[in-house]
Design a binder for this molecule. Structure first.
Ligand SMILES: Nc1nc2c(ncn2[C@@H]2O[C@H](COP(=O)(O)OP(=O)(O)OP(=O)(O)O)[C@@H](O)[C@H]2O)c(=O)[nH]1
Length: 605
């Protein structure tokens, strides 16, 4: 199969966008298989979702790419560079970075489910970026598929022409050839903009750290040609590097030695410092540099912050290294050192949402073998002090004392929810519970589009899960930050035997402080094991105690039931206890398990 010599007019760069579970990965695999990118045997279940955790959870997180060759019905051979995008609401920003490398996007919609919130959000992102959107109705093999209705829905809700959209089944393979034909016919080639003679401009779509190769960057060459052996410059840092390898993923890493304007592929340039090739940056030649950087994509701000502390202080350096490595692949992961009276040295980390946080935590534990305690996540509050200063507070422990606070402003998001009519009532109840304000409600056939303004703190934690369960899985959600609003927020502290535990403090709306405080102390009472003395757990606002409970002292000795000489059994029991202790933290003279720190998060909702 020829991999060079494809004319620019025969190149198509595209992404697949879809709501989660509409079949994006399955369709991607089909396209790869149809174009002969991999044999059946080589094809692990879903090749584009390469991280273990992704595969286990069945969701796509990182953008990946693959170059395919397709012999179209017009007799020409086309190079299809296809960049995968993530589907979960926490990761919608990564969609924009994948799209920045493309001229077109396949909009995959499940023909049984219909349009959902991220279908809409992702599609608007693509339209904003001037991409050609090609609608595809997937899963037509399902008896419940209603392609006509869903095509109408796409026209009504998304507002693009969809009646002649391809009907296909990624699962059975029906219509896949037609999908490829549409890509070739509808997605523009990069020819118009791609000038080989111009100074090099290559956009870094993604970068990741590989233990053997150093930093690998996925790039879209906008202008110029990049060859092995040349000296290139990372424009934001001004640093020069010699290009070691360039090539494409087929999906196997395949060296081509050159990448031309209009193409997508990887660059390896011996960059060891992992922040040396930031995502969104521009590469150019050192000798004949471009005069300006390409517009990067929207820089994302973390929305949720939490403290992460290694259980063993020996792990601190490893923990820092691991965060460094993870943050290269993940521009949205933020961290800075934090010192907690209760938990010692750790890092304050910023995430896009709860799923992002869970995934990072799992990767740290699984891939880097670091046992962590994570504190309750919080959003960022804007605080005006009595002196007129403005402070951004992402850690309850740093909220100024009450008498120094003039006002607290909390972040508000605009949430777009799509839900079938029969579940609208439940969804509205949920939004009201979460202090939401309805700003719009429109009926589109069977579906209702709701727009709410909601406090971000109420959305990021478990709103998505609740929304799903209250609508039997049918409601979908997309949200973005809107503004800060003044709000009656208070800090609730948790005291264990009279000592304030900084890592357990929370910022809450006053109307919720009482019952959340009660919930937390009750939950903590269940989670803290009984010890040789009574343990008092209190929730307070300032000096005012709002809830209290007690863990009664322990009377029995655990080893007492191992009589006399059975040493091995005794040892085993002690060993078991020790393992249990691994996830315990000593606070004063009280041992507190890791779960207790998360109790703050799991209560009250
Ligand atoms: N019946 C049927 N099922 C399909 C089809 N395409 C995908 N599926 C199933 O739908 C589910 C979701 O498919 P995925 O390809 O993982 O969905 P996705 O959109 O990539 O999801 P994320 O990777 O999480 O964004 C899987 O169980 C697939 O087997 C299809 O054409 N017909």
């Amino acid at each position: 199969m020829s991999q060079v010599g494809i004319a620019k007019k025969n190149i198509r760069n595209f992404s697949v966008i879809a709501h989660i579970d509409h079949g994006k990965s399955t369709l991607s695999d089909r396209l790869i298989q149809t174009c002969g990118g991999l044999t059946q045997r080589e094809m692990a279940e879903q090749v584009l979702d390469s991280m273990d955790i992704e595969r286990e959870r069945g969701i796509t997180i990182k953008a990946q790419s693959v170059t395919l060759y397709y012999d179209a019905n017009d007799g020409e051979r086309y190079q299809l560079n296809f960049i995968d995008t993530p589907g979960h609401v926490d990761f919608s920003y990564e969609v924009s970075r994948s799209l920045a490398g493309c001229e077109g996007a396949l909009l995959v919609v499940d023909a049984a489910q219909g349009v959902e919130a991220q279908t809409l959000a992702n599609c608007y992102t693509a339209i904003d970026m001037d991409l050609e959107v090609v609608p595809v109705l997937n899963k037509i093999d399902l008896p419940s598929a209603e392609p006509e209705r869903v095509a109408q829905e796409i026209e009504d809700i998304v507002g693009i022409e969809a009646h002649d959209a391809v009907r296909c089944s990624a699962k059975t393979g029906i219509g896949i050839d037609e999908v490829l034909e549409r890509i070739v016919k509808q997605v523009p080639s990069p020819e118009a903009e791609a000038d080989d003679e111009a100074p090099l401009q290559a956009l870094i779509i993604d970068s990741w750290f590989d233990n053997y190769q150093g930093v690998v960057s996925l790039v879209r060459i906008k202008k110029g040609v990049l060859r092995v052996g040349e000296k290139m410059k990372v424009m934001s840092t001004g640093q020069d590097h010699i290009v070691d390898k360039v090539g494409i993923f087929t999906p196997k890493q395949t060296e081509t030695g050159v990448l031309r304007a209009g193409e997508v592929g990887y660059v390896i340039a011996g960059i060891k410092e992992i922040h040396g090739a930031p995502v969104g940056d521009t590469l150019t030649h050192s000798k004949r540099p471009a005069d300006k950087m390409l517009p990067g994509f929207k820089k994302v701000q973390p929305q949720v912050y939490a403290g992460m502390f290694p259980i063993s202080s020996d792990d601190y350096e490893n923990f820092r290294d691991a965060l460094d490595k993870l943050s290269l692949n993940d521009a949205s992961l933020f961290f800075e050192p934090e010192n907690s009276g209760a938990l010692g040295f750790g890092f304050r980390c910023g995430f896009l949402g709860m799923l992002h946080m869970e995934i990072i935590q799992e990767r740290l534990e699984r891939e880097y073998d670091i046992d962590l305690i994570t504190t309750a996540p919080t959003v960022v509050y804007k605080v005006e002090t009595t002196k007129g200063e403005i402070k951004m507070v992402d850690n309850p422990a740093y909220l100024p004392p009450v008498n120094e606070i003039q006002a607290i402003y909390e972040p508000i998001v605009e949430a777009n929810i799509l839900v079938p009519q029969e579940h609208v009532g439940n969804v509205i109840t949920l939004c009201v519970e979460r202090r939401g304000m309805q700003t719009n409600m429109v009926y589109h056939g069977k579906q209702v589009a709701l727009t709410y303004e909601l406090p971000m703190a109420e959305v990021v934690m478990d709103f998505f899960d609740r929304l799903k369960s209250t609508s039997r899985g049918y409601a979908s959600l997309d949200y973005q930050f809107k503004r800060f609003d003044e709000s009656d927020m208070v800090r609730v502290d948790i005291l264990i035997n009279g000592e304030r535990v900084d890592a357990l403090a929370m910022i809450l709306h006053r109307s919720q402080a009482q019952y959340r405080g009660r919930d937390v102390v009750d939950k903590m009472r269940e989670l803290i094991p009984r010890q040789m003395f009574d343990i008092a757990i209190q929730a307070t606002i300032g000096n005012h105690v709002i809830a209290r409970s007690t863990v009664k002292q322990l009377r029995k000795n655990v080893t007492a039931k191992c009589y006399g000489g059975d040493v091995s059994r005794k040892k085993k029991l002690l060993q078991k206890q020790k393992e249990g202790k691994k996830r315990m933290k000593q606070l004063g003279n009280v041992e507190v398990p890791q779960e207790a720190f998360l109790a703050v998060l799991k209560t009250g909702k």
